[in-house]
Design a protein around this ligand. Structure first.
Ligand SMILES: Nc1ncnc2c1ncn2[C@@H]1O[C@H](COP(=O)(O)OP(=O)(O)O)[C@@H](O)[C@H]1O
Ligand SMILES: [Mg+2]
Length: 224
């Protein structure tokens, strides 16, 4: 069965495309066939990142208009183990379409009150969709760009508020050069690690692998 993940947020720059590529790369390096659906009009995944010479043959990328996300998922599902949808960076039709199509909505959020408010909106949207539909969609926050060393008071307060508001957090992705390097080198974390090009690639790869394990644990819990 194809597993469909939406990197979902109404906020630009929170890390949707970064997360989509990082997760897709780790699935592919573990032998899964992966389709990235790029629904951003800037087509960054297809035009700027994807390069068949440097990206694993397990990964394919297509671009689609926001309003065609559901159609694209229907046409492509069953051909891949994992489909990851990357939406445009503003509240739009694409976000709603991606959420509808997904099994798992991952909401990357920087650890700030402003980002938390956007994450809350996505969360509420998924909850209301779940209440009126037979299919259950998971919705989890990923704290992104967390500094590996010290956390500010605002960060600690934001994390506490998320828990107090009932939001669920599936993992933490730290601020690391390796995530930027995936785009500079048109590559994935496993290849950056293997090529010793970027020192933080191994740590990044491990934290993304943990995130994937956590997602599958949640799916199993829900199915049990
Ligand atoms: N964990 C991270 N560590 C370092 N840089 C990051 C991280 N996540 C995102 N970025 C950087 O932040 C910027 C915005 O990320 P991007 O994934 O393009 O956001 P979005 O797709 O939500 O608009 C990019 O320059 C990206 O390299
Ligand atoms: Mg993007």
């Amino acid at each position: 069965m194809t597993f469909i993940i939406a990197c979902a947020s109404s906020k630009g720059g929170c890390g949707k495309s970064t997360l989509a590529v990082a997760i897709g790369g780790v699935y592919a390096s573990n032998g899964s066939s992966v389709l990235l659906i790029d629904a951003d009009t800037r087509r960054r995944l297809e035009d700027e990142w994807y390069n068949p010479k440097t990206v694993s043959s397990n990964i394919s990328v297509i671009s689609t208009r926001s309003e065609d996300i559901a159609k694209a998922v229907e046409a492509q599902r069953d051909k891949y183990d994992v489909i990851i949808i990357d939406v445009e960076g503003s509240a739009n039709w694409g976000l709603a379409e991606a959420i509808k199509a997904a099994d798992f909505c991952l909401v990357p959020s920087n650890v700030s009150f402003q980002d938390l408010r956007d994450a809350q909106r996505v969360y509420d949207h998924v909850e209301s969709l779940n209440s009126e539909s037979k299919r259950y969609r998971h919705c989890w926050i990923v704290w992104n760009r967390v500094p590996p060393a010290i956390r500010s008071k605002e960060m600690t307060a934001t994390m506490e508020e998320a828990v107090a508001n009932g939001l669920r957090v599936i993992g933490t992705v730290h601020e690391r050069d390796a995530y930027k390097a995936m785009f500079s080198y048109q590559s994935t974390l496993d290849k950056l690690r293997a090529g010793n090009a970027v020192p933080s690639a191994a740590k990044a790869e491990s934290e993304i692998a943990r995130l994937i394990t956590a997602m599958h644990d949640e799916l199993q819990k829900k199915a049990a």
